[in-house]
Design a protein around this ligand. Structure first.
Ligand SMILES: *[C@@H]1O[C@H](CO)[C@@H](O)[C@H](O)[C@H]1NC(C)=O
Ligand SMILES: *[C@@H]1O[C@H](CO)[C@@H](O)[C@H](O)[C@H]1NC(C)=O
Ligand SMILES: *[C@@H]1O[C@H](CO)[C@@H](O)[C@H](O)[C@H]1NC(C)=O
Ligand SMILES: *[C@@H]1O[C@H](CO)[C@@H](O)[C@H](O)[C@H]1NC(C)=O
Ligand SMILES: *[C@@H]1O[C@H](CO)[C@@H](O)[C@H](O)[C@H]1NC(C)=O
Ligand SMILES: *[C@@H]1O[C@H](CO)[C@@H](O)[C@H](O)[C@H]1NC(C)=O
Length: 487
């Protein structure tokens, strides 16, 4: 009986492992610029449950790297642009960085770090020339430091670049070449990467093509488009992703790097903060992308597909809105790991949400019924609330863009209250607000309840609430012991 029992549990284990492995390996970005980040171990479980076996981090976050240890997920760890100058000026700085942010997590936590991403889109035109002189030296120093740490074989360097490092004067992919102002620098970087076995990493954003150009044929942004194709010699392009990627491949070929390995470091579609950022378009784009990844489909000029890191896993409500209000809404999941929209991720499976998330109490802060949104004091409070909380869902064409003025005011009050962890005094707004236990959400507009970070006052002794769980766990263990004990 005991033996059967073990066999049974072993088989259960195999089945659940098999299900996870049945899904093709997907890759994603995990950004941490949230006021209420999900616990790292919950995020790692979320990735595994949804078939992600590769992740890209924008910084060497200790919690994330520890949680990723022994998870079976391969890691690309990023170096923020503000570290490029110090790392470029000094080999020892690079040695320290690798020691503290790479070697340590590999040896102490079993993190499977495969790449170091040096900088993040450092040659973006909007950065002017700020990182032009530090990116390559920093890359060289990090490579030297990896070799010194004995990681030269296991960990490869790369530089995630925006797709604006290449262009095509004729608009056709075959005319692709690197931007004139950074052409020689790009060649030096690509040569260095090739000589050290590192890939070129490019971020491609069909959404931004659409955002930047109101005349962009919207259908061409998607994969199953019916838009007029772009004919380039013998090749017909039916979507901007293929055309953009092959512009890069042409640029590489033109400069003698036709077989350079390429990774797509970021690609995705936001769901809010702009009229083209919505669930319908995001699902259409991301499903089309996933279908290609799962089918192993490449582009006309490169039939084997690259690794593609989806941008992004979860929303980040503390990202800069400089690029646009959509910037906080790139997640395929909401900030709390709940599902925004379904996606088929292969093996007949759909997305599953994060498990074990602890929320603040189910209560919302709304404008009091007696108050008026035209009251200057309410107006002032709304501006204040939106200075500290995320109001990017309120804009025209966004998920809460159609609220009446009262609900609009309530939305800002609630966002502030939740962002402040429902702390005492954060739902006061000059007496123009009240707390309610009735969810004010309507239609596409969600009035959030934030994750409990343990920052609010303790209403009563919380240890009492935990007892039933451990009691149930003890009962389950006792039950298993009885069954497996050969009785
Ligand atoms: C949000 O971002 C700002 C600016 O980058 C930073 O100063 C602040 O600490 C962040 N807040 C949270 C809660 O992470
Ligand atoms: C990485 O290493 C450096 C030491 O060079 C350290 O100062 C830094 O805090 C570490 N962490 C990150 C996220 O860069
Ligand atoms: C494209 O794909 C989306 C999502 O898979 C689907 O809803 C839509 O009908 C498709 N459009 C065309 C033109 O096939
Ligand atoms: C809702 O509130 C936001 C933030 O104060 C404001 O920008 C927006 O114009 C308001 N919309 C309506 C319809 O009142
Ligand atoms: C707030 O409202 C309560 C109840 O309506 C009232 O008693 C109190 O005086 C008000 N306080 C202020 C500062 O307006
Ligand atoms: C809360 O629970 C802890 C642990 O059970 C106990 O030590 C403590 O005295 C309790 N505090 C109150 C205020 O009941």
């Amino acid at each position: 009986m005991g033996k059967h029992c073990f066999l049974y549990f072993f088989m259960l284990f195999l089945v659940s492992e098999g299900l996870t492995k049945g899904v093709a390996g997907l890759a994603c970005n995990w950004g941490l610029q949230s006021t209420h980040p999900l616990q790292a171990n919950i995020v790692v479980k979320l990735m595994k449950d949804n078939g992600f076996n590769k992740v890209k981090l924008f910084e060497a976050d200790p919690e994330a790297l520890k949680a990723l240890g022994k998870s079976g997920i391969q890691v690309m760890v990023g170096i923020p642009n503000d570290l490029l100058a110090p790392l470029a000026s000094n080999v020892q700085a690079a040695v320290d960085w690798v020691q503290q942010n790479v070697s340590k997590y590999i040896s102490q936590n079993g993190a499977d770090i495969r790449y170091v991403a040096v900088g993040n889109e450092p040659f973006l035109k909007t950065y002017k020339d700020m990182f032009l002189h530090t990116t390559l030296p920093a890359l060289q120093n990090i490579q030297a430091a990896l070799i010194k740490a004995g990681l030269g074989q296991k960990v490869k360097v790369t530089v995630p670049l925006n797709a604006d490092v290449y262009q095509s004067d004729s608009g056709l992919p075959s005319a692709g070449n690197f931007r004139a102002d950074i052409h020689d620098l790009m060649i030096s970087i690509i040569k260095f990467l090739r000589d050290n076995g590192g890939p070129l990493t490019i971020n491609i954003y069909p959404f931004l093509s659409l955002y930047a150009d109101p005349n962009f044929p919207i259908d061409f942004a998607f994969f199953n488009s019916t838009a007029a194709p772009v004919v380039d010699g013998s090749i017909t392009y039916t979507n901007v992703y293929d055309a953009n990627f092959d512009t890069l491949i042409s640029a590489l070929e033109k400069n003698g790097f036709g077989s350079m390995p390429v990774i797509i470091g970021e690609v995705g579609w936001p769901t809010d903060g702009n009229s083209n950022a919505n669930i319908e378009y995001a699902r259409r784009f991301n499903q089309g992308l996933l279908d290609r990844i799962l089918a192993g489909k490449g582009t006309p000029k490169r039939r084997t597909p690259p690794d593609v890191y989806l941008f992004s896993l979860i929303d980040e409500d503390n990202k800069s809105t400089l690029p646009g209000n959509f910037e906080r809404h790139w997640g395929i999941f909401n900030f709390d790991g709940s599902i925004k929209y379904q996606l088929k991720i292969g093996g007949g499976k759909g997305l599953v949400p994060a498990k074990g998330v602890k929320y603040l109490a189910r209560q919302w802060c709304v404008m009091s019924p007696q108050a008026s949104p035209s009251d200057p004091s309410v107006q002032e409070s709304m501006t204040y609330a939106c200075t500290y909380a995320d109001c990017t869902s309120l804009g025209f064409g966004s998920s809460c863009g159609n609220l009446d003025p009262k609900k609009n005011a309530s939305y800002t009050f609630n966002m502030y209250y939740q962002t402040m962890d429902q702390r005492k005094g954060t739902c006061s707004f000059n007496n123009r607000s009240v707390i309610t236990t009735i969810d004010p959400s309507q239609g596409s507009c969600r009035y959030e309840i934030m994750i409990d970070l343990g920052k609010h006052e303790r209403p009563r002794n919380s240890s009492a609430g935990r007892r039933p769980n451990s009691l149930i766990a003890a009962l389950i263990i006792a039950f298993m012991l009885i069954i497996c004990g050969g009785l």
